[in-house]
Design a protein around this ligand. Structure first.
Ligand code: PEP
Ligand code: CO
Length: 464
């Protein structure tokens, strides 16, 4: 593993930078930061965060990096998914279980179909910050600060609710800890036992096409497990599931306060989550977010949208993975169904030619957002699938590996995205539209997507 500096150079701290043990941070422009109205409150909240224990261990982050290294060489597939914006109100056992269940079902489909390890990463236990294209939201002539995620303000369109409140950063830390605790209990305590594959489907619409197809797979997994058991193998590896937590590293104050020096290695890790990514709006090479990502030793990601220039992406790769460590850097491309086949090849070619290892992950959500006639922000299931197909086609043509998918989804039966076999129609969107930010695939749409992606992976392996 390469070396990353522990003590940063640059101007000493701004009010928001400050010391963290041996760490100092350079004073760089940070985009998309909340307009905190009270700097003393912010200082107090950050001070509290600095004293709180880590949510994840550095060793777990290293393990994820190793898993991702396999995905960079085509030996594993990454499944990332969860809410666009988690909320404190939806941080309940039922909601977390349903999201986890959806991801585990999708992973079972992908693993069974492809015989390839699936690296399971939740967009959860920390996804409480949102970048916005408009800083101000206007309704009926009333202007308020946009909703910036539950870690900053509240979704309700009221003046007091939209005031950024720094103590919400501390609340987000505690909510993340509670969610992660439950996820750890579920995945380590037998709930995620592969022998439960049927049980995960029980509360699910069995008569849906995806649910029925899933039942067939669950039966086949049962038979395979019975065979392993009959051969005398210890099925303990089936009883536990490795599951990782990821979120966008958007709030510089929050992420810096949770960056600690690992006692084993003396190196800095962001202990707010295993995997952190930098968003499309904050990936400027010389600004605070990329500097932050370059500093921490977690596996990291960068979103890459359709306006990205291949040379800029290469510069990001050189900055973020100078030692060419496999698994260190994931590029999450989100081009839109109409652009992916035109725009992605130039970028993939350039990075591939550089020899810098990356994991290529497709986010087929953020380039495919549109407004329905009803005014709801939505996405068409067919556009989502179309972008993943384009992503696979580009990687097949270039001989690179389509390493994973990154999906906004929920475990509930919401009506936020249009389409899928069971058919959420545009007119249905108002029935159960619950997202705090972007539209998510519901449970059935998510499972259907997993089947379609499994078919793409099988075809990809056959062609390779
Ligand atoms: C997101 O993942 O919710 C997001 C805002 O994505 P992007 O940075 O790609 O726009
Ligand atoms: Co989103």
């Amino acid at each position: 593993m390469g070396h990353y500096p522990v003590v940063m150079t640059g101007a000493p701290n701004s009010a928001r930078g400050a010391n963290v043990g041996a760490l100092t941070w350079p004073d760089l422009p940070a985009h998309q930061q909340p307009p905190w109205p009270d700097s003393a409150e912010l200082e107090q909240a950050v001070e509290q965060l600095r004293r709180l224990p880590p949510l994840v261990f550095a060793g777990e982050c290293d393990q994820l990096m190793q898993r991702l290294a396999s995905a960079s060489s085509g030996q594993a597939f990454v499944l990332m998914g969860g809410d666009c914006a988690e909320t404190f109100a939806a941080n309940t056992a039922d909601s977390i279980r349903a999201r986890l269940q959806t991801l585990l079902q999708m992973a079972a489909v992908l693993t069974y179909a492809t015989s390839m390890p699936v690296i399971k990463v939740g967009r959860l236990a920390g996804q409480y910050f949102k970048p916005r294209s408009k800083a101000i939201e206007v309704r009926d002539g009333v202007e308020l600060t946009s909703y910036l995620g539950d870690a900053v303000n509240d979704l309700a369109f009221e003046q007091a609710a939209r005031r950024p409140d720094a103590f919400r950063l501390v609340q987000a830390y505690h909510a993340s800890g509670a969610a992660l605790n439950l996820v750890r209990a579920f995945t380590q305590g037998g709930y995620a036992d592969l022998r439960q594959v049927h049980a995960w489907n029980q509360d699910f619409v069995r008569d849906s096409a995806a649910g029925q197809r899933y039942d067939l797979i669950a039966a086949a997994i049962d038979r395979a497990l019975a065979f392993v058991h009959a051969c005398g193998a210890d099925p303990v590896e089936f009883q536990r599931v490795e599951f990782y937590a990821a979120h966008e590293a958007l709030s510089i104050d929050y992420e810096r306060a949770l960056t600690r020096i690992d006692s084993r290695t003396g190196l800095p890790y962001d202990v707010s989550g295993h995997f952190l990514w930098v968003g499309e709006r904050t990936r400027q090479l010389d600004a605070a977010h990329i500097d932050f990502a370059a500093t921490i030793r977690n596996p990291i990601g960068v979103k890459v949208g359709p306006t990205a220039d291949a040379d800029d992406v290469l510069a990001l790769c050189e900055r973020l993975n100078p030692d060419r460590v496999p698994g260190r850097l994931t590029l999450i491309t989100r081009m839109g169904v109409g652009k992916v086949r035109d725009v992605l090849p130039g970028i993939v070619q350039k990075i591939d030619a550089s020899g810098i290892p990356v994991v290529w992950v497709c986010d087929p959500m953020h380039g495919n957002t549109r407004e329905a006639a009803s005014g709801h922000k939505t996405r068409l299931f067919d556009d989502v699938i179309g972008e993943v197909e384009g992503f696979f086609a580009v990687h097949r043509d270039l001989g690179t590996f389509p390493g994973g998918i990154h999906i906004e989804l929920t475990g509930d039966d919401v009506t936020e995205c249009v389409g899928g076999t069971a058919g959420v129609h545009e007119d249905d969107l108002g029935q159960r539209y619950e997202t705090a930010c972007d539209p998510r695939l519901n449970r059935e749409q998510s499972l259907e997507l997993a089947f379609l992606v499994a078919d793409m992976l099988i075809r990809h392996s056959a062609d390779a």
